[in-house]
Design a protein around this ligand. Sequence first.
Ligand code: ATP
Ligand code: MG
Ligand code: MG
Ligand code: MG
Length: 578
Amino acid sequence: MKLWSQFFIPTLKESPADAEIASHKLLIRAGLVRKLSAGLYTYMPLGQRVMRKLTEICREEMDRAGAIELWMPHLHPAEFWENGPRWAASREIMFRADSAGAAARPSREPELVLGPTHEEVITPLVKNEISSYRDLPKNFYQIATKFRNEIRPRYGLMRTREFVMMDAYSFDADEAGAARSYEAMKRGYEAFFRRIGLLSIAVEADTGVMGGSFSHEFMAPAEVGDDDIIYCEASGYAANREKATSALVPADLSDAPPSGEIEKFATPGVATIAALAAAPYSVPAEAQFKTLVYIGDGQPFVVILRGCDELEEAKLGALGFTLVRPATPEEIEPIMGAKPGSLGAVRGTIKNPAALTGIFADHAIRLIGNGTTGANEDAHHLRHVNVARDLAITRFGDFRRVHAGEPCPLSGQPLQSRRGIEVGHIFVLGTKYSERFGAVYTDAEKQSHPMVMGCYGIGIGRSMQALIEQDHDADGIRWPWAVAPFQVIVTLLDPKDEAATAMAKTLAAAAERAGADVLVDDRDERPGVKFKDADLIGIPLRLTVGGRGLKEGVIELKWRHEAAARKVPVAEAQSVIA
Ligand code: ATP
Ligand code: MG
Ligand code: MG
Ligand code: MG
């Protein structure tokens, strides 16, 4: 239990002029943070308590998802970045932190940089430490400080130059494994956001400078968010506007359009193949396509070129899909005119529709999708992405940006858009970093392969502010129970009243025994000031002790989320707490 008089909660009546949005104002007014300079904040004692809770819940969920905690340096020798695949692209965002020796470097390149993320550190580490398939998969995480020279730090903790991130990096033997790690982390993220009480939705995202092959962002819906989400409630599609294309994605396969619908859009035959081959569509050149979607006779087939296991096959079967085991690479290669697994290869394939139809007999074939495979529910989601995207393409002829207001091709409902705050991000990275740094392993046959990586980030400070943005009122913050800096505040009307003080301590002790963190407001202030402050700092449960009530054997109990306070007998209050 903490006594307010001995703790430190510098609340303010006014917010600073540079605080534009509600959550930023409340962060300052509630004494959670103080600004040092642009994009740099001190977490004050109350803010630090919330951060500790967020961090602990994050740690529990990452551990549960199978990730292993470690800690890496924040100062990175620049050569690690120079050796990596994105030195040029990420230099702008990096602070240099040279020692005296740097000036002597003829290149005038930095000697040390402050880490904006850690792929360039973890991949060489794993290269040195792991060499056998027996040690895979592994997923390492840390909860630590990141440094980014943001052009426009703003909105308090939303975009800072130094911030706390949970960052994780998974290493798998193959793509199916990487997809399993990805899905485990996706579930871990969902559990984390659920537990901290933040409404967030996973949306399809661009991979950006990471250059991975598949990615979701976790968006906390809020007007002040920097990102636009395009979505359709009826079909379940949701994507970052940067990514949103006419390829619409229902949430899971069970909402797949009935096969009759699919048939309606599909025109089997060689002509379709030729038309599809000619249709322009924009996908990132780096995207790795590994899945063939086959539409014909009203039944979609998913032909997976690699990485589909039996469980996945069984589940697809249960959902009415017929899985065709792929033709061998030797069979596919001459048709494609290139190796399976690349976009070029597939376009090549389509140039020779006659040969393809030779294998799949008189049906339309279309290669689509980011081909992440995994033996779980979410893999079906990805399959559905492919099928749905195919539908959209068949119908519209190409991939293109979709906009709010257009009819969602799947549901017919207008697409909607809303703003979101990116609180987390997950990527399947593929082998981009492992190949560059030589993170390879040998399989049981002594063959060597690059590890397939994933990377994951959660903004802890940004999540804290997103919580405030999502749930506050005119009086202040309304913390969810799990992350509240204190869960119960015992407001002592008159600290000189000995009986009331004793009762306050008894109640506080009972609440503590029940597992709550308790703050006793023992300040020599007017009750009105105390009530206002309790509301401002957002403590979920307030117990008010003293005055006439106590003489009558009652105290006042008020939940922050409820408008009215209740008078309850002391004994009952104790039972509410317990
Ligand atoms: P943004 O699009 O907002 O710039 P990002 O895509 O660059 O974020 P990632 O590299 O995906 O960020 O990092 C993972 C997470 O770290 C983000 O989802 C976000 O929650 C958090 N984060 C990123 N940049 C910042 C920042 N400048 N301040 C606070 N949190 C941040
Ligand atoms: Mg950024
Ligand atoms: Mg982003
Ligand atoms: Mg991101």
